[in-house]
Design a protein around this ligand. Structure first.
Ligand code: AMP
Ligand code: MN
Ligand code: MN
Ligand code: MN
Length: 272
């Protein structure tokens, strides 16, 4: 039985419904699964929580920025009906809408008109993010695939990379703690920071009340796991692991598909 504490559904940018995700996790031998959609808890319902053979953990993945880098913080084992989560979701949803308008303005200047309307139609009325703009760029034939859309238009430093959108790091950590959840820094390696800068981030994160970090995020090389484990110990954080599953056919982030946490760390689920 494995434990996967990071996954997405159709309620954010995943492609499986909550039920299909849980079924896939179960088939893959996952015994505990956290659903952590971006800035929303809409996937988490009473029927989903009660009607399953595997243990489901209510979660969320909040977007924030730290020193101009987009950073993600997981809230694990949250009370998804708390006022704190409602307020967090409300603010982040509003921020997403403002950001989407700004992305569209920037794309317009790059010669891509009507992307707000295009991305909105694809998002079908809830949760709008860069993947919807990427899909629009693919569908309208401007790029070959999602990857190219991020590389040319939406990724780090590109037109659609809008800074200062989100609630700040102390605020998202506070929402999670107020919802009785555990704040976990998501996929630290994804930010492509130098080790010195990542240590500064971890200092801020722990000082602001962050409690854990993802030591294992999907399939990663053993050297990366060792490096993250060392930082996890240094900062006295709880260790988490998850696939960051979004879609089938992505071998590096299959639900339940990653190496176990190093045994000497304190797993975050001991506090659930
Ligand atoms: P947003 O939350 O709107 O900033 O969108 C970020 C999401 O876009 C991430 O959670 C990923 O799922 C997805 N994403 C980021 N980079 C890429 C990429 N290069 N190719 C495809 N999807 C990406
Ligand atoms: Mn995503
Ligand atoms: Mn993320
Ligand atoms: Mn994620």
């Amino acid at each position: 039985m494995s434990i996967d504490l990071h996954s997405h559904t159709t309620f954010s940018d995943g492609v499986l419904s909550p039920n299909a995700l849980v079924q896939r996790a179960s088939n893959n031998g996952v015994g505990v699964l956290a659903i952590t959609d971006h800035d929303t808890v809409d996937a988490i319902s009473d029927s989903l929580l009660s009607g399953n053979t595997i243990r489901l953990i209510a979660g969320i993945e909040f977007s924030t920025q730290w020193e101009n880098t987009g950073v993600h913080v997981l809230g694990l084992n949250i009370n998804h009906r708390s006022d704190a989560v409602s307020e967090g979701v409300r603010q982040q949803t509003a921020a997403r809408l403002v950001r989407a308008r700004k992305i569209a303005e920037k794309l317009e200047k790059k010669g891509v008109p009507d992307s707000f309307e295009g991305a909105s139609a694809i998002s079908a009325g809830h949760y709008i993010g860069r993947p919807h703009f990427a899909r629009f760029l693919v569908d309208s034939g401007r790029v070959k695939n999602m990857r190219e859309a991020f590389k040319k238009y939406l990724g780090d430093g590109k037109a659609g990379d809008i800074k200062k959108t989100w609630a700040d790091l102390p605020q998202v950590i506070q929402w999670i703690r107020d919802a009785n959840g555990i704040a976990v820094l998501a996929h630290p390696l994804k930010y492509k920071m130098t080790r010195t800068r990542l240590k500064r981030l971890l200092e801020c994160f722990t000082r602001d009340g962050g409690q854990g970090m993802e030591v294992v995020s999907g399939k990663q090389i053993p050297q990366h796991t060792a490096a993250m484990a060392e930082l996890c110990e240094t900062y006295g954080l709880l260790a988490s692991c998850g696939s960051d599953f979004h879609a089938p056919d992505t071998v590096w982030s299959e639900v339940g598909g990653f190496a176990p946490l190093p045994g000497h760390l304190t797993p975050v689920w001991e506090r659930f």
